[in-house]
Design a protein around this ligand. Structure first.
Ligand code: SF4
Length: 379
């Protein structure tokens, strides 16, 4: 019998012996719990999710609770996990489920994939785990397994390659719907622990892969050549200035636009991001220059008279997936209270910083200056 017909059965057997057991989101058929865990596990390591998932579920135990929360609460709870669009989408999706489906998640993967922030693979995972639907998943781990098993030519960004992988993922599904939850978990576990990117078990003598005799990449000694790489351009680098404006025990925060990077989080007022080579030498900047770069024009005149000279502060490098950002911090003390007309600018007491969702580098900066306490000590 060929691999396609026996794969599911052998993978299920593998999971019984070597799969991961006892993760808090496993063996849970509540679609809400499954959905939250799937979103959190995207781009976040299991060790971090083990710590943060129970906390998130305690704070937002149902889709109704999450939909009724203020977005700032959700972002604050998400702080440190990165990729904040996931938190915004969780919130929007919870509202969508309440409005369109009366708070009950649909079981059809096509309907699930129509919800905010749920892609085709996540829809498959929710349908499989919560409703035992025979729906394939195709996350990065599964793509790697399939690309190796069948020596799929072409980069993973290629549309035709992806369609081929989806088709294979569908062909390999177990025939019995009741096997879907364990099968889906097994596939995830196998990619995360055995058929890993750099050290698949077949390259060590310690353990034997159950598919070693059919895996085409293994048979042709090309395991690390699959999946084939898409050549990436060097990520662009940007500079920006950020203003750490303090008045007594308050610091000025700025709410970021929801569609921007770190969308909806509270951060320090900042200048536009400019391509690194185009940046003016920082030594030339006056207080007025800094304000003009970081604050709305109408706020500057009155504020200038209330401030002491700027102090050049920390330089921070932050690496995103597709870009790098160099942040220059400027410390400025305000002698007298100044009221801002904009709702997006807010003086926040230092002891309340933990209640605000802050971008990770800004949170670390303020913690380093002992201005912000960690979320755990705040509660
Ligand atoms: S033989 Fe190696 S590359 Fe092939 S499926 Fe097994 S672990 Fe992955």
């Amino acid at each position: 019998m060929d691999l396609t017909q026996t794969f599911a059965k052998r993978l299920l057997h593998w999971h019984g012996v070597d799969g991961r057991q006892g993760l808090p989101w496993q063996n849970n058929q509540d679609p809400y719990a499954v959905w939250v865990s799937e979103i959190m596990l995207q781009q976040t390591q299991v060790a971090t999710v083990l710590e943060r998932y129970p906390r998130f579920m305690k704070r937002f135990p149902t889709v109704k609770k999450l939909s009724g929360a203020h977005i700032d609460e959700v972002l604050a709870e998400w702080a440190g996990l990165g990729y904040y669009s996931r938190a915004r989408n969780l919130h929007a999706c919870a509202q969508q489920v309440m409005e369109q489906y009366s708070g009950v998640f649909p079981s059809d993967p096509l309907l699930l994939a129509g919800l905010k922030g749920i892609g085709r693979s996540t829809a498959g995972a929710i349908a499989a785990f919560a409703f035992q639907v025979r729906a394939p998943i195709l996350d990065a781990n599964v793509k790697r397994i399939l690309a190796r098993l069948f020596c799929i030519d072409g980069g993973l960004q290629d549309k035709a390659v992806n369609e081929r992988l989806w088709s294979l993922a569908n062909d390999l599904l177990p025939s019995k719907p009741q096997d879907m939850p364990v099968y889906t978990q097994a596939l995830m576990d196998f990619g995360a622990t055995w058929c890993t990117a750099r050290k698949p078990v077949c390259l060590s003598s310690a353990q034997r892969c159950p598919f070693a005799k059919e895996c085409q990449a293994n048979l042709s000694n090309q395991v690390l050549q699959f999946p084939q790489k898409t050549i990436k351009a060097k990520p662009p680098e940007f500079d920006c200035d950020m203003l750490l404006l303090r008045h007594g025990d308050h610091v000025l925060l700025h709410k970021r636009p929801s569609k921007a990077i770190w969308g909806g989080l509270w951060s320090l007022p900042e200048s536009a991001w400019v391509v690194k080579s185009m940046t003016t030498k920082i030594s030339n900047l006056t207080l007025q220059d800094i304000f003009q770069r970081t604050l709305p024009d109408e706020q500057i005149g009155a504020l200038l008279r209330l401030c002491q000279s700027p102090q050049l502060g920390e330089s921070i490098k932050h690496i995103f997936t597709h870009r790098r950002l160099w942040i220059q911090i400027w410390h400025v003390q305000v002698k007298k209270a100044h009221t801002f007309a904009s709702n997006d600018l807010k003086w926040v007491p230092l002891k309340k910083l933990g209640q605000y969702g802050l971008p990770q580098p800004i949170k670390l900066l303020l913690q380093g200056l002992s201005l912000a306490r960690d979320d755990d000590s705040e509660n």
